[in-house]
Design a protein around this ligand. Sequence first.
Ligand code: FAD
Ligand code: NAI
Length: 471
Amino acid sequence: LATETEHDVVVIGAGPGGYVAAIKAAQLGLKTACIDKRGPPGGTCLNVGCIPSKSLLNNSHLYHQILHDTKKRGIEVADVKLNIEQFLKAKDDAVSSLTRGVEILFKQNKVDYFKGAGKILGPNEIEVKGNPGEPDALLKAKNIIIATGSEATPFPGLTIDEKKIVTSTGAIALEKVPKKMVVIGGGIIGLELGSVWSRLGAEVTVVEFQNAIGAGMDAEISKLTQRSLAKQGLKFKLSTKVLGAEVEGETVKVTVDAAKGGKEETLDADVVLVAIGRRPYTEDLGLDNIDLDVDERGRLVIDQEYRTKYPHIRVIGDVTFGAMLAHKAEEEGIAAVEYIKNGHGHVNYGVIPSVMYTFPEVAWVGMTEEQVKATGKPYNVGKFPFAANSRAKTNLDTEGWVKFIADKETDRILGIHILGPNAGEMIAEGALAIEYGASSEDIARTCHAHPTLAEAFKEAAMATYSKAIHF
Ligand code: FAD
Ligand code: NAI
């Protein structure tokens, strides 16, 4: 092993948490290395998560719209065909150009990037086992940032082959459209990837253990979302437990039981997608060598400044506490490095937006109505439908609502929930407003351009402390 010179910071994992931390550290003048065994940087998000799934969502939506939603717009199309090879290639091209971009950023910022598996040997020592063709190395580090991410939670008794019984990784690479797909888990992955294959023609059934979809989204929005997805053809079995699945020839037989003592039933599928959550990933990281603490869910235990029991070893992203989201990991990457360099950093965990990129999109920030109710504090709700928004009307995309929740006494915004076209872009304004401690009146008195979808946002704010104009 060639021993490299000592680095100020060694980051293990080049996902959105790790690569952003590495770039920031280098920008702040710290000698920085980053290690990832996947090879191309970008982690789960760029390689098999956020980015490929959004490519498939965008293009499957276009295809679905061309097939089903052009006549009323005065556009006659004929002979519409899906070229699945090109459909998958468009996704792969987006991924590879973005991962290449991160490698270029590493070079520009002078981050030493090691393609190989990192193993912590001691509190300041990391071994890199290089990928084929890549060198091994032994790195000395003044600071270590662990950003090793997460992996799909397996379903007990189901063997993932990534062809017939798949995680999201298999589900973004299916070479043909399944006739029937069963999705276990009505969370974000299940609904996004279920939507993709449903739009391309699969008959998709989502089996969800809870009595609502969307893994914790505002209950009212969750119901509206379910209704919307059901109209598009997705089938839902809520409060239903999957008991097991067997591959029989080309078919997977999925046995389900109604959670409240209902009847057992077998669902046939060509492909079963297991999407019941993700769990922290620390395999072969060498945690035993330094005896780091993990909690009952396998998450590395840290304090407010991302420190483990070794103050110079910090942890960020999916492998520790909090929402498993790319932008959350990125924020933590920057904050952790700022703690190292300056002794202070900042992430506001109350203002991390969530977006589900279905059609319409669902986006939210702050508290759900259920969470606000549980605080016992009085609150106001203001809502505005896209059906009453002029731009949504011209676009013929009028499904959905904007919903505000604000403190009744102070009018301070507590939560914003949107089901509707462009919700994912619109929620940025909501995040900014909550971050700045805005009232609903602050938003309603801010001039929004006409005709824009954002006027629905403004009018929902207006409806919170007063009355909307157009509804
Ligand atoms: P990861 O991105 O998981 O990166 C960790 C990296 O560490 C991996 O590349 C891994 O190879 C590497 N690694 C692990 N152990 C070692 C080791 N010992 N040595 C070297 N390298 C190692 N989030 C969003 O915000 N928006 C979305 O739209 C979105 N869509 C998603 C869609 C799907 C299908 C999935 C699965 C996830 C999605 N997510 C989305 C979640 C998002 O991908 C994660 O929250 C994010 O990637 C977490 O970043 P991270 O840096 O903590 O870890
Ligand atoms: P999730 O936590 O969003 O949803 C999992 C769902 O599976 C829950 O509704 C849960 O009740 C259900 N479930 C659990 N066990 C079950 C069982 N045995 N039978 C039936 N249902 C069961 O997890 P998901 O969808 O796997 O996503 C993992 C992570 O990836 C999430 O934390 C999410 O934030 C992130 N992600 C984010 C995206 C985005 O921001 N757009 C897109 C995709 C993933």
